[in-house]
Design a protein around this ligand. Structure first.
Ligand code: FAD
Length: 404
């Protein structure tokens, strides 16, 4: 079927690194590529390089389970994630690239009275912030998901759920590739197989990066390297409040459509959706140990599948096709870090942990604005590193408890 499919047009160039750029973005995941895209498209800064040690989107962007939602508790987080969902809603048109954003809705299940009180509080907060949300009882949940065990027989019977109809899933690769093609078309140099091995800093100002392809100069450098953020920060003598943990996901053999929405349960601790191809896409929590191996351990897989079978007993005989891991950068308050540093011109956008895919366009947009103006965008400002000194934390453990 692929005979004669030759000489396809390249989606982006493969340029030789220039000696210097106005801005360097380290990390060719969705957030980094998106930052470069908005820098060029919206802020007219085109002399930009994205430096990626492997291939585009090969980090967490390629490894995540693609849940998109904005039903976070606190005003600061809700505003940032809602900014992102709004951008998602126009992203396919914006990039002229089908990112397959499917707003099939997200259910966060409640299994105890306290779960339901927390859900009510969060949905109230969401609605006050103009974010769609409803509280459903068990019957409302059952109507949306007929295969879900909503009976009183379950070990932790489902009492209800929060429901965000505008939430959903998207195609992870397409987001990276769409931003990459768009950035390249605006003149951004995308440098793959190029690893940053050191940061060039003099008199408290960044002036470039060392790479395996030589030194490249820039007075503005944005680090968007997810699980490797601690490593990059070390190069500048900065200690970030981050831990890097493996986070796993699994997909099953393809099935006919059986899961209509995204179903998440903090209590039995697992979540599931179904890809357009038919695979069940499954995840849960991080592995407890820190490390950089993109694999994870067996007890987590077992625990995750126990939770899924408890929610959907009919899946007990479904076969799993693949399992993998990514390295997520978790912070003490489960919120990201989008920040200047004490090195002039050096910025970090990290700490998205288990939940940054949904933020890709929003994070990229506010980060690009911050780099362009050298002043943090108002939506990014509450996520400065300083909050770990001042105590102004944005604690989203409740909304982010099960990894997603
Ligand atoms: P990445 O995509 O990881 O990109 C960083 C890039 O930096 C990598 O490509 C890496 O190679 C590169 N890099 C690192 N060091 C260097 C260096 N020295 N030089 C050059 N390049 C370097 N989020 C959600 O919102 N919803 C979900 O359902 C969800 N599920 C997840 C499931 C799993 C299993 C995992 C692992 C994560 C999940 N996440 C989810 C989190 C989400 O994937 C991340 O927060 C997000 O994709 C981070 O994007 P990024 O562009 O910042 O990082």
């Amino acid at each position: 079927g692929l005979s004669y499919h030759e000489n396809w047009q390249r989606m982006w160039r493969n340029p030789t690194p220039k000696k210097s750029y106005d801005v360097i973005i380290i990390g060719g995941g969705g957030h980094g590529l998106g930052t470069a895209y908005y820098l060029a498209k919206e802020f007219g800064i085109r002399n930009v390089a994205v430096i990626e040690k492997g291939w585009l989107g090969g980090g967490n962007t390629a490894r995540n389970t693609t849940i998109v939602r904005s039903n976070y508790l606190w005003d600061e987080a809700a505003a940032l994630f809602e900014h992102s969902v709004k951008l998602w809603e126009g992203l396919t048109q914006e990039l002229n690239y089908n990112v397959m954003f499917s707003q099939r809705g997200v259910l966060n299940l409640g299994h105890t009275l306290q779960d339901m009180r927390d859900i009510q509080r969060r949905v109230n907060a969401n609605r006050l912030n103009g974010i769609d949300g409803e509280v459903l009882d068990a019957r409302g949940v059952q109507d949306l998901e007929p295969l879900l065990d909503c009976s009183a027989r379950a070990r932790f019977p489902i009492m209800g759920a929060s429901w965000q109809p505008r939430g959903g899933v998207a195609r992870h690769d397409a987001v990276a590739w769409g931003f990459a093609r768009g950035a390249d078309a605006h003149g951004v140099d995308i440098l793959q197989q190029t690893e940053v091995t050191g940061l060039m800093i003099r008199d408290g100002q960044i002036y470039g990066v060392h790479t395996n392809r030589g030194d490249i100069e820039a007075k503005t450098v944005g680090c968007v390297v997810a699980g490797n953020s601690g490593v990059l920060a070390n190069m500048a003598g900065i200690k970030l409040p981050l831990e890097s943990h493996p986070l796993q996901a699994l997909v099953s053999e393809p099935l006919k459509p059986v899961v209509n929405t995204v179903v998440m349960s903090n209590h039995v601790h697992g979540y599931i959706s179904q890809s357009d191809k038919g695979d069940l896409v499954i995840g849960a929590g991080i592995d407890g140990y820190t490390g950089y191996g993109q694999r994870g351990s067996y007890p987590i897989i077992e625990h995750t599948l126990q939770a899924i079978v408890e929610m959907f007993p009919a899946f007990s005989r479904v076969r799993m096709n693949r399992q993998w891991g990514g390295i997520v950068d978790t912070t003490p308050d489960a919120s990201p870090i989008i920040s200047k540093t004490n090195v002039e011109g050096l910025y970090f956008n990290c700490g998205w942990g288990t939940g940054g895919f949904k933020a890709t366009p929003g994070s990229a947009h506010v980060f690009a604005a911050s780099l362009a103006k050298r002043e943090m965008h108002p939506l990014a400002a509450p996520f400065s590193i300083d909050r770990f000194h001042t105590g102004a934390l944005v604690d989203e453990h409740g909304a982010a408890a099960v990894a997603h």
